[in-house]
Design a protein around this ligand. Structure first.
Ligand code: BGC
Length: 445
């Protein structure tokens, strides 16, 4: 997703002659001192997944469990690879749980599929609601904190307006009302077992991919008006969700999950246009919601120069310093981002996703080790990092790239559906054990 994100930001500047963000640089970060924020415990050692990328679903419209997501429409239009049964995480979720227990995570972030719960407007599938409640209960029984994401990129297909795509998803006039009802329902149902809710996963990346790059529904290209409107709508809906969560369970923690690659200014960027553009894409949504977040969560995978050459070749680079996605491996970028976010918002932070697509297991292990080491260094400098989540439990469906990229700490045995742990899973298990024993983040167990 990210590579395409970048090109999109570049084209209007190079060829359209207009800046994506005529607003210029971001407002100056508030001059906070994060130095007073310290401490290890409690630290969340987690793994993140999402519903569409893991769960199987009913195939026949006759099945009472049947539902359709906007992504299914995209697959039908042959604009995205077939999802199929993904990792069978609906019918065989106990396999996920078994792997999580083996690894010894303290937290598990997964998402609820809105369409599964509300297959048509106002009609809820109570069996599906109970299925998610059961997952939360089982996790808790296993001593694992569920971290529930209420939206991870996909919408019920009934929020797609086939006649007027400008009224699709976030911008559908029905969306906000139904979202509030859906959020209330799911939070009420899961609250006995859940202390952490993330209303949205990477809304900043999704809106860019949907309105500028044109790859995700409603597939608009360079639709700056739509981009801005969807950013505002998604932020408003985030704030609504945060309010619902606090109403139902005031002690629950609200978590943002934003896509925050680290951007370096580049020499070939007159007036800093590209740099300002990508910084806006990183922070415009978060700036609108940070005050209702207890924890600033963000996903970090790579760093990049905000210059035309680097942006245009995004995703095409290979070699020891790049992942299968062509993303530059830069653990120090994570350290810089923690410091930037810590100063900008002055709140506790969690790295809600970090991981690598690779078939080289040694490379995966080094990637994790080097990023975890950066967290430790930032914490030693006084930054309040409260958790780290690996993306992802097993090799899964990676949106436009289908099943090719390998992000998993495990693979799935196609016959038994068991998750077979890779070496990095055992490394991560040992990091968790050692860190908890020493009461400090320990990249070298
Ligand atoms: C998303 C995941 C995705 C991962 C790797 C994030 O953008 O939250 O759904 O699979 O990064 O690209």
């Amino acid at each position: 997703m990210k590579s395409l994100t970048i090109c999109a930001a570049v084209f209007p500047l190079l060829f359209g002659g207009c800046a994506l963000h005529p607003l210029g640089p971001l407002d100056k970060a508030p001059d906070h001192q994060a130095a007073h924020l310290k401490g290890y415990a409690p630290f969340a050692w987690g793994i993140s997944t999402s519903s569409l990328q893991y769960e199987n679903k009913a195939v026949s419209p006759e099945n009472p469990e049947y539902y359709v997501r906007d992504w299914d429409l995209l697959v039908q239009q042959k604009k995205a690879p077939i999802v199929g049964n993904a990792l069978y995480s609906w019918s065989d979720w106990n396999k996920d749980l078994a792997a999580l227990k083996k690894i010894g995570v303290t937290h598990y972030r997964f998402s609820i599929e809105w369409a599964r719960v509300e297959p048509s407007p106002g009609k809820y599938n109570e069996k599906a609601v109970l299925g998610y409640v059961r997952m939360c209960r089982k996790l808790r029984e296993a001593g694992i904190e569920p971290v529930v994401t209420l939206w991870h990129f996909t919408f019920p297909a009934w929020l797609t307006d086939p006649k007027d795509s400008s009224k699709t998803n976030w911008l559908n006039p029905q969306a906000r009302n139904h979202w509030n009802l859906y959020v209330s329902k799911m939070v009420k149902a899961t609250a006995p077992y859940v202390n952490f809710y993330a209303p949205e996963n990477e809304p900043n990346g999704q809106v860019l991919t949907a309105y500028i790059i044109g790859l995700w529904p409603p597939c608009h290209i360079f639709d700056f008006k739509g981009y801005e409107a969807a950013t505002i709508a998604s932020a408003d809906m985030f704030r609504d969700a945060a309010a619902r969560i606090k109403e139902v369970k005031p002690s629950a923690k609200v978590l943002s999950v934003e896509a925050l690659p680290w951007w370096e200014p580049a020499p070939l960027d007159p007036g800093g246009l590209l740099y300002n553009t990508v910084m806006h894409s990183n922070f415009d949504h978060l700036d609108r919601v940070y005050d209702v977040c207890d924890i600033i969560g963000f996903n970090y995978y790579y760093s990049q120069m905000a210059g035309p050459l680097s942006l245009l070749s995004e995703g095409m680079k290979h070699g020891p310093n790049f992942t299968m996605m062509g993303w530059r491996i830069d653990p120090k970028g994570l350290g810089k981002q923690i410091r930037y976010v810590g100063k900008r918002y002055d709140k506790p932070m969690m790295i809600t996703e970090n991981g690598i697509a690779t078939k080289n297991e040694q490379k995966r292990l080094s990637y994790l080790r080097d990023h975890i080491a950066q967290i430790r260094m930032a914490m030693d400098d006084g930054y309040d990092v409260k958790g780290y989540f690996v993306w992802s439990l097993a090799d899964n469906y990676e949106w436009h790239y289908g099943y090719v990229p390998k992000f998993g700490l495990a693979t799935m045995d196609p016959k038994t559906k068991a998750r077979i742990l890779k070496p990095a899973a055992y490394y991560y298990r040992d990091v968790i054990r050692t860190s908890n024993r020493l009461q400090q983040v320990s990249p070298n167990p």
